[in-house]
Design a protein around this ligand. Structure first.
Ligand SMILES: [Zn+2]
Length: 299
């Protein structure tokens, strides 16, 4: 079962029907993402409405190396941050009003500081794309081999930033050395995958630096999280919910949701739990503003 994704050319041509399909498909999961961060129901809907408008306006510069869902969630994250910043600025003394402790901090933690992004992107250019590609390939082969414990350990280290000390205990490994061994082997395999795709050898070199514990000019954690290299497709979340998954995949997905707290998969999970028709008022609202914009572009 593959995920539905829209026809980007039709979206670029401001095709009303395709945009309507996009709204129906994604409004629920976007609302679920915002709902975990914005307590006010009205404000949540406004944010989702802005996300769709932003998506229509920006579709001309959509980058095909991302999925459409990543594109939407990226806009959603930015609009949510904008909203929380505005709300924080309005609150007396800029203090937290107690409605949503830590939410803004969590969200801010999902983004890198701009200077760091610039520095790494300068150094890397296409490097981060290639890094994402080999991480995905590694996740895929590890998943297919049923090595889900190894996948969890690596996700905890690479994406979660866990220390070896915490990791071996969580996964019932012999000691810290066992964790270091798993990391060493993963980086070795990543270098092999990189070597096949990167004749210049820059990524291989950077991965060696990473393995040696040096300051490698790559950001594995960021590539992992932002490009969702280990996120299960939505139908896996549905199967977890229905209780029809084997224990291995189920354990990984629960870990990804509950311990890695992947914001995008949590949003999909919340969305799967919502009742069918509860979205109708939001969809009407979104439709009104999107359709108005589409008409202004196509008349
Ligand atoms: Zn995820």
């Amino acid at each position: 079962m593959s995920e539905w994704s829209p026809d980007i050319d039709r979206l670029r041509a401001f095709d009303d029907g395709e945009w309507l399909a996009v709204e129906r498909e994604y409004a629920g999961r976007l609302l679920a993402y915002v709902a975990r961060r914005v307590p006010d129901v009205q404000a949540r809907e406004d944010v989702v409405q802005e996300v769709f408008l932003g998506a229509v306006r920006g579709i001309g510069s959509f980058d095909d190396s991302y999925t459409f869902e990543q594109y939407l969630f990226g806009i959603c994250r930015n609009r949510t941050i904008d909203h929380l910043r505005r709300r924080q600025a309005l609150a007396p003394g800029g203090a937290d009003d107690g409605e949503g402790p830590d939410l803004f901090d969590d969200l801010a933690g999902e983004t890198e500081t701009p200077s760091r992004i610039v520095r790494r992107d300068d150094l890397w250019g296409r490097g981060s794309e290639l890094l994402t590609e080999i991480l995905r390939a590694w996740v895929q082969e590890t998943w297919e081999a049923g090595e889900l414990r190894r996948l969890m350990v690596i996700e905890a280290l690479f994406s979660g930033g866990w220390r070896n000390r915490d990791t071996w205990q969580r996964f019932g490994l012999r000691d810290e050395t066992a964790v270091a061994g798993i990391k060493f082997r993963a980086l070795k395999r990543l270098r092999e995958l990189a070597a096949a795709r990167d004749p210049g050898g820059h990524l291989v070199q950077a991965l060696s630096q990473e393995a040696a514990g040096g300051q490698a000019p790559i950001d594995v954690a960021r590539a992992w999280r932002e490009n969702r290299v280990s996120c299960p497709a939505r139908h896996w979340l549905a199967r977890l919910r229905a209780g029809t998954l084997d224990e291995g995949p189920a354990e990984f997905i629960r870990f990804h949701l509950e311990e890695m707290k992947c914001p995008w998969c949590l949003a999909n999970q919340d969305d799967l739990e919502r009742s069918e028709d509860s979205l109708d008022p939001l969809l009407e609202k979104v439709r009104a503003s999107t359709a108005r914009y589409l008409r202004s572009r196509t008349l």
